[in-house]
Design a protein around this ligand. Structure first.
Ligand code: ZN
Length: 249
């Protein structure tokens, strides 16, 4: 059994709650689909927590923190620049260097037994969003599915769900959090650990049992008020970045 997490966004409380939950599920490996950092108050700690995972992909916020940020709104950009500063100004410079190198070496995709793992989409691993309403954009979805061998796990939108090549979308709530993959090509958005945007504030991730082809969505409550307080205390992080956590928006 595999746990697949994404979009932690420097939210340590959410990440720790998810890792605790994962520990109780009989999971062998944890994969992370990127965006470890950006938005939240604990970039260093979140990177340290995922460094040993066998697969950690590069997300657009990870890339922006170490390379040139492009295409971000003002609040996200300020958070990215503050994040970069946190990574650079760690008093432990050796550790700072290790984190920097770790981020710089992240792959953009991983593929294993016919299953692809990306941050955004298989067509544009770093930046393309596939939202639930894209199911009505047949041309876009056909192009995406043409690039998928069988199944693709992704994140980036912070909205969990199942997309099939029959152009169906299921939010986890509609399927009681469980989906058995069939022979149709399927995209699985694992949702966001640290900044869910589907109206549910709880951290989200996925358990995947490849033998049974079973995908299970997990929602994990965490101490969201502590994270919000920490965000309020950093001038460079917009208050909105805290407030939205409470709403899951
Ligand atoms: Zn993200």
């Amino acid at each position: 059994m595999l746990a697949i997490i994404s979009d932690i966004h420097s939210n340590l409380e959410a990440l720790q709650a998810v890792l605790d939950d994962i520990r109780e599920q009989g999971v062998e490996k944890i994969y992370c689909l990127g965006d470890i950092i950006g938005y939240g108050p604990n970039p260093r700690e979140c990177i340290d927590a995922v460094m040993d995972f066998p697969v950690v992909l590069l997300g657009n916020h990870d890339q922006a923190a170490i390379f040139d940020p492009e295409g971000f709104n003002a609040g996200a950009l300020r958070a990215i620049l503050w994040t970069r500063q946190q990574l650079e100004e760690d008093p432990n410079q050796e550790r700072a260097m290790q984190r920097w190198e770790f981020l710089a070496e992240r792959p953009r995709r991983h593929s294993e037994n016919g299953v692809i793992y990306v941050h955004g989409s298989v067509r544009n691993p770093l930046n393309e969003y596939i939202f639930p309403e894209d199911i009505y954009n047949q041309r876009k979805m056909e192009k995406i599915f043409a690039l998928v061998e069988q199944y693709c796990f992704q994140g980036h939108t912070h909205v969990p769900g199942i997309f099939t090549e029959r152009l169906e979308y299921y939010h986890p709530e509609e399927i009681s959090g469980e989906y058995r993959l069939d022979n149709a090509k399927t995209l699985i958005n694992v949702g966001s650990v640290g900044q869910p945007r589907d109206g549910d504030w709880r951290a989200c991730y996925v358990l995947f049992d490849p033998k049974q082809r079973l995908v299970r969505f997990r929602r994990v409550p965490y101490d969201v008020e502590t994270t919000i307080q920490k965000i309020y205390e950093v001038e460079e992080l917009d208050k909105y970045l805290g407030d939205r956590l409470r709403e899951g928006r």
